[in-house]
Design a protein around this ligand. Structure first.
Ligand code: T3D
Length: 257
């Protein structure tokens, strides 16, 4: 049913592949809507979701041939109506999300990746806050994620100078989780995704809830939230299985409930 993404679901792992390789998976209106729809679908039926790109790029950001400079095109409205639902679908996904960044991630394409829980990049990939090259500021969450992940100085430098940040430097900066040699990249992110798909899904959801909102809570509120969430995890079947497996000295078989 999709024109610009491909969607597969196998053993609890949904893979959403941005599929406009001729334009480096640039985001047009259809692609934004289809990513949003695919993420909602995956949230219902998967235990892990991977976002990746077809061809040599992950995503080149906003499709600049979409009439973006037309006087009647209000970029703010496009962000509110189309980007925000897409980012929320990724950011608020109840199961873990992985951005498998196979190649360049530029503009909103870079910040789309940063909305995922875990970013795994091929060594040849890079992250480019390209916005200021064309007279824009980083959007799609860039001004939120970057200072938190890489610190104020690097966030400002990346936004003003728009230099590509190679995958290895992105790891060093704390922008992403890991960089993997290109020839091992595919097998590696699949193994990572399988690991999460077979993991304790209730606990993963709690981890996301606790970590994601921690910036805006104080210590007392965070401790209280941990207690609430741990109550729920403690009542899960997976917790019983995890403890039983430990005591029986065998690997756990988590059911995700
Ligand atoms: O509300 C709103 O709508 C505003 C939201 C804005 C959010 C944004 O994302 S703004 C930033 C937009 N993105 C960019 O400025 C990046 C543009 N692309 C590039 O700078 C380069 O393509 C890359 C650095 C990503 C890769 O360079 P390279 O040399 O590897 O590839 P290339 O030759 O530039 O691109 C290959 C093809 O993809 C080419 O088409 P062609 O010549 O083969 O027919 C190129 O035009 C096309 N392409 C690449 N990026 C875009 C694109 N077409 C449309 N939009 C793009 N963003």
């Amino acid at each position: 049913p999709y024109q610009t993404v491909s969607y597969t679901l196998e053993a609890g792992m949904a893979v959403v592949t941005l599929n406009r390789p001729d334009v480096l998976n640039a985001l047009n209106s259809t692609l934004r809507a289809e990513i949003t729809a695919a993420m909602h679908r995956a949230a219902e039926e998967a235990r892990v979701v991977v976002l990746t790109g077809a061809g040599r790029a992950f995503c080149a950001g906003q499709d600049l041939s979409e009439g973006v400079t037309d006087p009647e095109m209000d970029l703010g409205a496009v962000l509110r109506d189309e980007y925000e639902p897409m980012l929320a679908a990724i950011y608020s996904c109840p199961v873990p999300t992985i951005a498998a960044v196979n190649g360049v991630a530029a503009g909103a394409g870079a910040n789309l990746a940063l909305a995922a829980d875990v970013v795994i990049a091929a060594e040849s990939a890079s992250f480019v806050q390209a916005f200021a090259r064309i007279g824009l500021l980083p959007d799609a969450g860039g001004t939120f994620w970057l200072p938190r992940q890489v610190g104020a100085a690097r966030a400002m430098g990346a936004a003003l100078f728009t230099e590509p940040v190679p995958a290895a430097r992105a790891v060093e900066w704390g922008m992403i989780w890991e960089a993997v040699p290109d020839d091992a990249f595919d097998a590696h992110w699949r193994a990572r995704a399988r690991h999460l798909a077979n993991g304790p899904t209730v606990a993963y959801r709690a981890i996301k809830t606790a970590l994601r909102g921690s910036w805006s809570r104080d210590l007392a509120a965070q401790l209280d939230l941990e207690a609430d969430l741990q109550g729920a995890c403690g009542a899960s079947e997976d917790f019983r299985e995890g403890v039983t497996a430990f005591l029986e000295k065998r690997p756990p078989r988590y059911q995700g409930r």
